[in-house]
Design a binder for this molecule. Structure first.
Ligand code: TRP
Length: 331
């Protein structure tokens, strides 16, 4: 069975775009692959979170992945910092990663530009740590978005370089992997592109949002002043609301508002009210699960322990072989 690894940024809550665009795929993958999903808390240190943020965010992410349907009996779900073998592999890989190639990485350059006062070595070697995450389980499939392509390319370079250096076909090549036939894109509420956390307050609806928060966000969604001709092409902002409607509402509801729009009889307030209620309805089971799991400390503890144990079993096998290959011997 092929192995899948994916790291989840521990930077807080999931929104509908994360869920429908990525997490739902993870839930399907766990039935067909040996999956390792982890919360990348080492990576988050590159930006210096406070201890409270660090733990709180890891918990939030763990809770939401479980609520979304990741099954700890099927997939291995763990916290990166619970698996020290990853840091050991990171150390070895760092010896063969060149500063020049790391400096050329787009994500590094972006982060330097965004945070010129915090250009730490961890930031520079972020791709090495990510390669260690993947190679530690000898994974071949990595479900990530386009923005991670370059990191995956580097993981292949580091794995191949290790193989060449020690003349051994040890690490397989990991590739980006898309489980769904078609990527689902969930638009945001700002009238522009996709839903995202960094696109400003109110653009994203989080899985944990209370109904009132959802209503407020949807009512504030950007629209235009309405169609003036029959069957007018919708501007992006309005198209986005229809896309969301298509996603969460019944076909009848969708057609109803589509008809009103085409006859120039649409009232965006009515559409938004309906959309908000349908989002709330679609989201309710998940929100309830999030609240429930969040309060179940002993369950969370058990899941984290179980995950760490399974992940370490795989990771320590790799590390044992890596040490042998490099030439470490005990007396
Ligand atoms: N860099 C990834 C991101 O920003 C997170 C990540 C860390 C990751 N380690 C990984 C993803 C290993 C896949 C595999 O989204």
């Amino acid at each position: 069975m092929e192995t899948v690894v994916s790291g989840i940024r521990s930077t807080g809550k999931l929104h509908l775009g994360n869920y429908y665009g990525a997490v739902k795929n993870f839930v399907q993958m766990q039935n067909e692959y040996a999956c390792y999903f982890f919360i990348a808390d080492f990576h988050s240190l590159t930006t210096h979170p406070t201890p409270a943020d660090l733990h709180g965010n890891v918990k939030q992410v763990l809770v939401e992945y479980l609520a979304a349907g990741i099954d700890p009996e099927k997939a291995t779900i763990y916290v990166q910092s619970d698996v020290p073998e990853i840091s050991e592999l990171y150390l070895y890989l760092n010896m063969n990663a060149y500063v020049g190639e790391l400096e050329r990485s787009t994500s590094f350059k972006d982060k330097v530009r965004a945070n010129p006062d915090n250009v730490n070595a961890g930031l520079l070697t972020y791709p090495v740590l990510m390669a260690a995450d993947i190679l530690i389980h000898k994974a071949t499939k990595v479900p990530v978005g386009k923005d991670q392509e370059q990191h995956l390319e580097m993981a292949r370079v580091f794995g191949n370089r290790f193989n060449r250096l020690y003349s051994k076909e040890f690490f397989p090549e990991p590739y980006a992997f898309n489980f769904a036939e078609q990527l689902v894109k969930i638009p945001g509420l700002d009238g522009k592109g996709k839903m995202g956390k960094s696109e400003g307050e109110g653009n994203a609806i989080f899985l944990s949002d209370e109904p009132d928060v959802i209503r407020k966000k949807v009512m504030r969604a950007v629209t235009d002043s309405g169609p003036t001709e029959n069957d007018e092409v919708k501007p992006q902002s309005v198209q986005n609301l229809f896309d969301l409607l298509k996603f969460v509402s019944s076909n009848d509801t969708f057609k109803h508002f589509e008809g009103l729009y085409n006859d120039c009889n649409i009232r965006y307030g009515d559409l938004k009210k309906q959309l908000a209620e349908d989002i709330i309805l679609a989201n309710a089971p998940m929100r309830e699960k999030i609240n429930f799991i969040s309060n179940d400390t002993s369950y969370l503890k058990q899941v984290a322990r179980h995950g760490a144990l399974k992940a370490r079993e795989s990771a320590s096998n790799t590390i044992r072989e890596v040490r042998e290959i490099i030439g470490f011997k005990s007396f």
